[in-house]
Write a protein that binds this ligand. Structure first.
Ligand code: C2E
Ligand code: CA
Ligand code: CA
Ligand code: CA
Length: 273
């Protein structure tokens, strides 16, 4: 029995080593990904529910690795965050999204995800202004999406950065609303122009999700913030968010994430809704 126990223990140890090794390899690959041009941005449209028109696109990072294939963001963004690599990757994302958006028609907006670490690094403001300057994109056509994780500590600095971004003319959205601590005080304290209600409440059925959707929509109205319903996949869901008077919709129903070269055609043909 003792021997079996030890063998199992060694197996367990071996398993841990394998995980650790795999993680290190992923990190090495991630470090090289930018230089090897393995990243690409896909863009998902969001629509204004009153006019039914596309008013912008959210940039979503894609990593094409020759051996791993397409690595989903949720499999590498946490590691990029832990290792600090997200700062340089995030700079590339901001620069690329601004350059792409500068070619879009009208007042089309680019929404960019900014991770908590990026947000706390003291280079964010500089990165944003230089991305705007180099691309020629007006600040009012850039939107920065942040999650609650960025707001949890170091409140004074975060607040200063948010106000500085806002003073530049950049819009700020609270992403994944409802999934974290979701302190209502955040909405009052930080200068958001938009709340993105997480997909789980939009796609979820049942009285709870309905009540939350209603409450957040009402909150948006009373605080003067736009509400985006994320992850809308069905006509039923679309009808529900219309009834609750959400401002914007984003989801597979109104448009999947697409490569940059598809955008022009999508805007010409794809606006049936
Ligand atoms: P997110 O910011 O909440 O982005 C929305 C995610 O929902 C995207 O997943 C999008 O493809 C997916 N989605 C959109 N509509 C639907 C729908 O109707 N149904 C379903 N099932 N899913 C839908 P994606 O691209 O896999 O990204 C996952 C997360 O990775 C993002 O969640 C964001 O937190 C993070 N991420 C992506 N790109 C970046 C980036 O450039 N920087 C940072 N820091 N994070 C990023
Ligand atoms: Ca987002
Ligand atoms: Ca989200
Ligand atoms: Ca999310």
């Amino acid at each position: 029995a003792k021997r079996a126990g030890r063998a199992r223990f060694r197996c367990f140890e071996f398993g841990m080593d394998a995980n650790l090794r795999e993680r290190r390899e992923l990190e090495i690959d991630l470090r090289r990904a930018l230089a090897l041009k393995q990243f690409e941005l896909h863009y998902q449209p969001f629509l204004d529910l009153k006019s039914n028109r596309v008013i912008g696109f959210e940039a979503l990072l894609r990593w094409h690795h020759p051996r791993r294939g397409n690595v989903p963001p949720l499999d590498f963004i946490p590691l990029a965050e832990e290792t600090g690599l997200i700062v340089t990757i995030g700079e590339w994302v901001l620069r690329s999204a601004c350059e792409a958006a500068a070619n879009w028609p009208g007042d089309m907006v680019a929404a960019v995800n900014v991770s908590p670490l990026q947000f706390k690094s003291d280079t964010l403001l500089e990165t944003v202004s230089s991305a705007l300057e180099r691309s020629g994109l007006p600040a009012s056509r850039l939107e920065v999406e942040i999650t609650e994780g960025a707001l949890l500590d170091d409140t004074e600095n975060v607040l200063a950065t948010l106000h500085a971004l806002r003073d530049l003319g950049v819009h700020i959205s609270m992403d994944d609303f409802g999934t974290g601590y979701s302190s209502l005080a955040y909405l009052q304290k930080f200068p958001f122009s938009k709340i993105k209600l997480d997909r789980s409440f939009v796609a979820g059925t049942g009285a709870d999700c309905d009540a939350i959707l209603k409450a957040v929509a009402g909150l948006g109205t009373s605080l003067g913030m736009a509400i985006t319903a994320e992850g809308v996949e069905t006509d039923e869901q679309l009808n529900r968010i219309r009834e609750e008077r959400c401002t914007y919709v984003q989801g597979y129903l109104t448009g999947r994430p697409m490569t940059v070269d598809r955008i022009a055609r999508f805007l010409e043909n794809g606006q049936q809704r």
